[in-house]
Design a protein around this ligand. Structure first.
Ligand code: G3P
Ligand code: CA
Length: 242
């Protein structure tokens, strides 16, 4: 099985994470998918950003939940990465969906609701995907087991993944009981037994965040369904030579 190469927060080694330049670079490098993180603004707009606060990746301060979309738009989400990206803006989920719609890309939208459990985040994101007719090439993932459970009614028309970095002998059955049809695991959890259990349960397995050559190769050897990588160009090159 061909392991899909999914650009983690876009091609985030080369451009500021979760911004249009990072997504564009991922597409240009021929990545097969885009991973991104979504949270809700004060005025309930789904926006793409990893941390709950804007401090690390913009020139502003404060929590996403306390700022309106217009306020977030004023921030510079590029210069922290390099001067070349000064003026890059935070984008809404809608902007990404509009851009993806006519491209042969799959999506992994991570609901960032494990620290702040945003009300209705699941249904807001699901409805947007439905509007853009992107349900059949999207997986929704979250570290929050309660959120996976809330998503379970959607698991016939969309991928639902339980994200974890914790070792658990019963991970596959736990994810299945929650209603997930995929697990997204931290690299160090990857082993043959887990992959076999996933195959048996018809559960997809994808691995994050895989940047080292040996780790990328190990994921190919185990025929994982996908890897999340900051360097999709390198991973694609390795896959060609694998
Ligand atoms: O979705 C895989 C990976 O992105 C989860 O961890 O912290 O990079 O969002 P994190
Ligand atoms: Ca993520």
């Amino acid at each position: 099985m061909k392991t899909k190469i999914i650009a983690h927060r876009g091609a985030s080694r080369y451009a500021p994470e979760n911004t249009m330049p990072a997504f564009e670079l991922a597409y240009q490098s021929k990545a097969e998918g885009i991973e991104t993180d979504v949270q809700l603004t004060k005025d309930n707009i789904p926006v793409l950003i990893h941390d709950e606060q804007v401090k690390r990746t913009t020139n502003g301060t404060g929590y996403i939940k306390d700022l309106t979309f217009e306020q977030l738009r004023q921030l510079d989400a590029g210069s922290w990465f390099s001067g070349e990206f000064t003026g890059t803006q935070i984008i809404s989920l809608d902007e990404l969906l509009q851009w993806v719609k006519d491209k042969p890309l799959c999506l992994n939208i991570e609901l960032k609701n494990n620290k702040i459990d945003y009300k209705h985040l699941e249904s807001i994101v699901y409805e947007r995907l439905k509007d853009y007719q992107l349900l059949n090439r999207t997986t929704l993932s979250t570290f929050n087991p309660r959120s996976v459970h809330r998503l379970k009614d959607y698991n016939k028309d969309i991928g639902i993944a339980f994200l974890t970095s914790k070792r658990n002998r019963n991970l596959v059955s736990h994810a299945h009981e929650l209603g997930a049809n995929a697990i997204h695991i931290k690299y160090r959890l990857l082993n043959k037994l887990l992959v076999d259990q996933c195959k048996q349960a018809k559960m997809a397995v994808r691995v994050y965040t895989v940047n080292r050559s040996a780790h990328i190769m190990k994921c190919f050897t185990h025929e994982c369904n996908g890897i999340f990588t900051d360097i999709p160009d390198k991973a694609l090159q390795f896959r060609t030579n694998f």
